[in-house]
Design a binder for this molecule. Structure first.
Ligand code: FAD
Length: 489
């Protein structure tokens, strides 16, 4: 350490985020730092010496504005969901978590979750905004060639949006309160590294922001990451046993992506010390499984973010059934308490009972299970004496299961077929622009790399199972699906 101390441990998890040789950019100025006002770290230099491969990515953030300087009367209001959805499955958790937290706005009372919601506000950039940005592109480190790292495709800077989508005369912006106890507003949509005075000038050309005061300017940060193909599915490095990497250092970007990896790396580091079997989630079980499998098998050439389209079984991997899918797995490695496990077992028994009721009970001569498949029928349409046999939330889960059942079965069948079609030839010179519904990322990557089979295309980083399904269907419709060396039965 900096103090000359040596700390020994049998397992270590590195989660140093954007801090590794972090370089902050605002306009022509750049200085080392992990985040604004935080020092950068030289840890990656030591890891490089140990033989790790190191890459360079970048990300950015918009400016924060003073609420008192925003004219909200000129914005469109954007309210939160009603009723607000909860993160916690167990009500008692919401109750106890909230009790000692002075800043929490959430509480569980009278059998209901309450949250004091603050609205967001919508405004738009103008032609004038784009003019100012275009006139100052040479002062943006990205366009002046100062930044070398690759940025997140789906969180482009406002400079990027103005250049790449030059036909658009306006971009939507969300003004988001940073909390009830601060007057800072986050301007979602104008991530930028232009100089401070240019940021102020272009903001003043936006309705509602004519008199905006910047509390913290936007900036870009470049940082080192470790290409994640150097990892095992436990997130332990292949090079050094007992050393784990998690979070942004593995080339991901995003809070949930980082938290998911921290959980898996932490659990595995502890299991290793205890001499127990590793904890690995499969792609079928959880988005965590998809994320880690994508990272360690395909790697990533740009900051990786999670999308539902990356998962083959996306109709099954839902937040409403996360406790049913994962509590048992988590209990097996000691990540959840006996009390939580018991409560989920009870819930699953109740769900099974209600499913049976839905199959066996008829309303107006039709089994409830059939009625629930109809898009225009909801559990709220059930007679009170049936509905009152369980809480509305349990009925809603059963309804979702029945409504999606057919689609989920079709998706499984499609996945099975696609697995078999891995050998299917993609005709040489195929023009991906002809295939409707493909994302531009997919078109770009496939046109550049020209995979020869569907299986090869599926292994390219950033190409999702949804993309492969679209291409397969297109080949079939155009009678090009018989170009097979052989088909596995
Ligand atoms: C400017 C900016 C804006 C972002 N906006 C969003 C957003 O809106 N939504 C979203 O989902 N994601 C956003 N992200 C991405 C998200 O913040 C990160 O992906 C996520 O926080 C990464 O988590 P992490 O735990 O890997 O690292 P971090 O959250 O960066 O944490 C790293 C920690 O390691 C510590 N550290 C570093 N080096 C050392 C060392 N040598 N010794 C001891 N401690 C060390 C640091 O102090 C820090 O606390 C943003 C990132 C940035 C930089």
């Amino acid at each position: 350490s900096d103090f000359g101390l040596t700390v020994s441990a049998r397992t270590v998890v590195v989660t140093s985020g954007t801090f590794l040789r972090g370089l902050l950019h605002i306009g022509e100025n750049s200085k080392p730092g992990g985040r604004m006002a935080d020092a950068s770290s030289s840890l990656s230099a030591s890891l490089l010496r140990l033989g790790f491969e190191v890459g360079r990515f970048k990300t950015g953030t918009p400016c924060r504005l003073n609420a008192r300087s925003i004219d909200f009367s000129r914005c469109e209001i954007q309210l939160g969901d009603e009723p607000p959805p909860t993160f916690a499955f167990l009500h008692c958790e919401s109750e106890t978590l909230g009790k000692n937290e002075i800043f929490t706005l959430n509480l569980f009372r009278d059998g209901k979750f309450h949250v004091e919601q603050l609205p967001c506000w919508i405004t738009h950039t103008t032609g004038k905004t784009h003019e100012i940005i275009r006139a100052n592109l040479h002062r943006s480190p990205l366009y002046a060639g100062l930044i070398k790292g690759t940025g997140p495709r789906y969180c482009p800077s406002i400079e990027d949006k103005v250049v790449k989508f030059s036909d658009k005369t306006s971009h939507q912006l969300f003004l988001e309160p940073e909390g009830r106890h601060t007057s800072e507003y986050y301007v979602n949509g104008v991530s930028t590294s232009l100089p401070y005075e240019v940021q102020l000038e272009f903001l003043h050309s936006i309705p509602a922001l004519e008199r905006a005061e910047i509390m913290r300017p936007g900036y870009a940060v470049e940082y080192d990451y470790f290409p994640p193909t150097q990892l095992l599915p436990t997130l332990e490095t292949r090079l050094i046993g007992g050393l784990y990497f998690a979070g942004q250092v593995n080339g991901t970007s995003g809070y949930e992506e980082a938290a998911a990896q921290g959980l898996v790396a932490g659990a595995n580091a502890a299991l290793k010390v205890q001499g127990r079997s590793p904890f690995i989630l499969e792609r079928k079980e959880a988005y965590i499984g998809v994320l880690i499998d994508d990272l360690v098998t395909k790697g990533t050439e740009e900051p990786y973010r999670m999308f539902t389209s990356r998962a083959e079984d996306r109709l099954f991997l839902r937040h409403d059934n996360a406790d049913q899918r994962l509590t048992n797995r988590a209990f097996g490695v000691g990540l959840v308490s006996q009390a939580r496990w018991t409560s989920v077992q009870e819930k699953m028994e109740l769900l099974n009972q209600i499913r049976l009721t839905a199959v066996e009970t008829k309303v107006r001569g039709i089994p409830i299970a059939q009625l629930l498949k109809r898009p225009d029928f909801s559990v709220m349409d059930l007679p009170h004496e049936i509905l009152s046999s369980a809480s509305p939330s349990v009925w809603e889960l059963v309804e979702t299961d029945f409504k999606y059942e057919g689609y989920a079965a079709r998706q499984s069948e499609q996945n099975r077929q696609l697995e078999r079609r891995g050998q299917q030839i993609i005709p040489d010179g195929l023009d991906y622009n002809k295939i409707a519904g493909l994302r531009s990322e997919t078109r770009q990557k496939l046109s550049a790399l020209r995979p020869t089979s569907l299986g090869q295309a599926a292994r390219i980083s950033g190409i999702t199972p949804a993309d492969i399904a679209i291409i397969s269907i297109w080949l079939m419709k155009n009678n090009l699906h018989n170009l097979l060396p052989y088909l596995k039965s």
